[in-house]
Design a protein around this ligand. Structure first.
Ligand SMILES: [Zn+2]
Ligand SMILES: [Zn+2]
Length: 105
């Protein structure tokens, strides 16, 4: 859970309100409720994963997009609303929101 004395956030709660695509011991990937794009969330409440962790997380995110979607992605890990817990969005290359993104069958 948290390494900062009990501090948590909504990403720590990991509420299963939207569709989940992937999860393991290190991260989970679900559809972001506000943006409707796939989002990877580190399981640690910490804004700065080591490079190797970050690389794995973003790799998983790309793999999920590859498996479930059909769009060209750009990784956006600018954490606007929850700045203290690492997460990254896979956004369409020329867009921000994912409404109507093409899915693979
Ligand atoms: Zn979002
Ligand atoms: Zn958190």
């Amino acid at each position: 859970m948290s390494i900062f004395g009990g501090e948590t956030c909504e990403l720590c709660d990991a509420a299963r309100m939207s569709e989940w695509f992937y999860e393991d011991d290190e991260c989970w990937i679900a559809e972001c409720e506000s943006c409707a794009v796939p989002m990877v969330v580190w399981r640690e409440h910490n804004p700065a994963p080591p490079d190797d962790v970050k690389e794995r997380l973003l790799g998983r995110l790309r793999a999920v997009v590859d498996e479930f979607f059909d769009f060209e992605l750009r990784i956006d890990d600018n954490m606007r609303t929850i700045p203290n817990h690492y997460h990254a969005h896979a956004r369409p290359k020329n867009g921000f929101y994912g409404y109507g993104l093409r899915r693979k069958n």
